[in-house]
Design a protein around this ligand. Structure first.
Ligand code: CIR
Length: 255
């Protein structure tokens, strides 16, 4: 969770048509834009140098740069998103990553993997199988991680949850913020677990950046809990991006 640099992408007007599992109405472009602007400011305020890429009108979900790639200080991996409308986002971000990283690997074929399913923890990189990340993709990713000197571990995303990280985030090197439904599977037995209060599940996609934890402003009980545990919480509005199943980690690639 210690980062010097990040990449984000401006939302396109088409973001209002972003993918979603349940339709709770379209987000507004201005609302998404405002949430994104505040997010960039918060990441910068946490001490990170942020590169802002231009909007891609043909890719409604391209604001969620976390999904088509994976980055580490030692190199980047170009992924293959599991949603048909998002696969070509990889080719769009590839030139930027090739300019910024000495090593850029391609996810081996076959299979699919979304960055939202990948959680970088201190001892391993956890890869959640989901509707977007299949076993072939996860196994291919383990090979790529190996080439970067990282150990990958395949785990399961709860049924009906978009991404593994929709339900968890690293709070510090020993502590995981998780929904109860995910923690129940035992995946975080090597961590201290902090469980999301019932009804605030989307708050699990929080984002630790250097000394702050960014949390969705719509989740007061989670904010209060983290505050009480001594974390420096920055509350950010995620109401509009939440309508297209996104949270705080989705909007950046960090290293
Ligand atoms: C999608 O369904 O792909 C987007 N509407 C939301 C992606 C969220 N990304 C993430 O959790 N990493």
């Amino acid at each position: 969770y210690e980062f010097n640099a990040a990449i984000v992408r401006e939302p396109a007007r088409s973001v209002v048509n972003g993918l979603r599992a349940d339709d709770r109405g379209n987000p507004t472009f201005d609302g998404v834009k405002a949430e994104h602007t505040a997010y960039i400011a918060a990441v910068r305020a946490a001490g990170v140098e942020v590169t802002v890429l231009p909007a891609l009108e043909s890719f409604p979900d391209s604001i969620f740069v976390e999904d088509p790639a994976l980055v580490f200080p030692e190199g980047a991996i170009l992924l293959r998103p599991g949603a048909e409308t998002r696969v070509r986002e990889t080719a769009e971000i590839a030139p930027t990553l090739k300019a910024m990283f000495g090593t850029v690997l391609d996810l081996p074929s076959p299979g699919f993997a979304d960055g939202g399913d990948v959680l970088t923890a201190p001892k391993s990189v956890m890869i959640g199988l989901s509707a977007r990340t299949d076993r072939a993709g996860a196994e291919g990713l383990i090979t790529s991680l190996d080439r970067l000197g990282r150990k990958g571990e395949i785990v399961q995303t709860p049924e009906g949850v978009l991404h593994f990280k929709s339900d968890c985030s690293l709070l510090d090197s020993e502590t995981m913020l998780s929904t109860k439904r995910l923690a129940r599977s035992g995946v975080f037995k090597d961590f201290r677990e902090v469980l999301i209060p019932e009804g605030e599940e989307p708050a699990a996609n929080a984002l630790r950046v250097n000394d702050v934890v960014m949390v969705g402003a719509d989740y007061p009980r989670t904010i209060e809990m983290l505050d009480r545990l001594g974390y420096k919480v920055v509350a950010l509005k995620t109401t509009e991006i939440g309508k297209i199943d996104a949270g705080l980690s989705c909007m950046s690639l960090r290293w």
